[in-house]
Design a binder for this molecule. Structure first.
Ligand code: ZN
Ligand code: ZN
Length: 293
């Protein structure tokens, strides 16, 4: 049933978008973090003894897929993402869809990802301890991917669940209107200093030893993207459309369901352009980005 187990912390893989891996806590208070992996396994766990706490690391559709099956559990999420859990419109708007894409996204959320508006019963803050009985987890607020993204540190078990700071080869994701590149970097630097034996993540391999080199490698993808962008701009001033078409992050345009990856490419390139303009490395003139020599 489980892909990893230590103390009362367990892990179920199933994190291929629009799903994500689930952390299960089998303690006095039973809990799920990100009920979006394997529906049958999650229901079997609930049938044994009902889930008390339903925790969601952040407001993205691939982390709440099966939340609707746990209406009886107390729902916990960070306050900065609370609005997006309560309203599909708020959630969709953070992807900056065009007029035509808007209803497609809304339908995808409701029909394919079982989105049911639900405001958290308990709002999480950085440093909060969640008490499961014997096991405790500390909330590490790690904004950037979304404003309310959280990691969870199981102190006794020396496990850090990183959610969508997911250590995949492609690198971190910060394409939403509400994402922040600088916060993503700060959050990664912060979790790098937490000593643990195991990292668990929401997608990809999901289980890693606690070597901070995994975080360094993940952080490096950000500087690689930035270097590629600067190199491209060094060949001459470019418009945003030309930069997006270059496909520095995702390569040639493609889609995953309702998700047009050029929208993500654009969202992330905007974050890099803002950062480089802010640090006086680029200048925007007549709709084109220039490198400042
Ligand atoms: Zn996410
Ligand atoms: Zn995710």
């Amino acid at each position: 049933m489980y892909d990893f187990q230590k103390g009362s912390v367990r892990f179920i893989r199933g994190g291929r978008y629009p799903h994500s891996h689930t952390v299960v806590i089998d303690d006095e208070r039973r809990a799920l973090i990100d009920a979006a992996s394997d529906k049958e396994k999650l229901l079997a766990f609930d049938r044994e003894r009902p889930v008390d706490l339903l925790i969601t690391s952040h407001a993205h559709e691939d982390h709440l897929m099966f939340n609707h099956l746990f209406a009886h559990a107390q729902f916990l999420a960070h306050e900065a993402d609370a609005e997006a859990f309560g309203n599909s419109r708020t959630l969709v708007l953070q992807y900056a869809p065009s007029e035509e894409e808007h209803p497609v996204w809304e339908e995808f959320l409701i029909r394919d990802c079982n989105f049911v508006p639900r405001y958290p019963d308990r709002l999480l803050k950085d440093g909060d301890l969640i008490d499961f009985g014997h096991t405790q987890a500390q909330v590490i607020h790690t904004p950037g991917h979304t404003p309310g993204h959280c990691a969870f540190h199981f102190l006794e078990e020396k496990i850090l669940f990183l959610a969508d700071l997911d250590l995949v080869k492609a690198g971190p994701y910060y394409a939403d209107v509400t994402s922040s590149l600088n916060d993503t970097i700060r959050s990664l630097e912060r979790i790098r200093s937490i000593e643990v034996e195991t990292f668990l993540t929401s997608h990809g391999k999901g289980i890693y030893d606690g070597d901070p080199a995994h975080i360094d490698r993940y952080l490096e993808t950000i500087s690689c993207r930035e270097a590629s962008l600067l190199e491209f701009l060094s060949t001459g001033p470019k418009t945003l459309a030309e930069i997006v078409a270059r496909g520095i992050i995702y390569g040639p345009p493609k889609s995953i369901g309702a998700w047009d990856l050029s929208l993500s490419e654009k969202g992330m390139m905007i974050k890099h352009l803002e950062r480089l303009t802010g640090s006086d490395m680029l200048l925007m003139e007549n709709g084109r980005y220039h490198v400042i020599e």
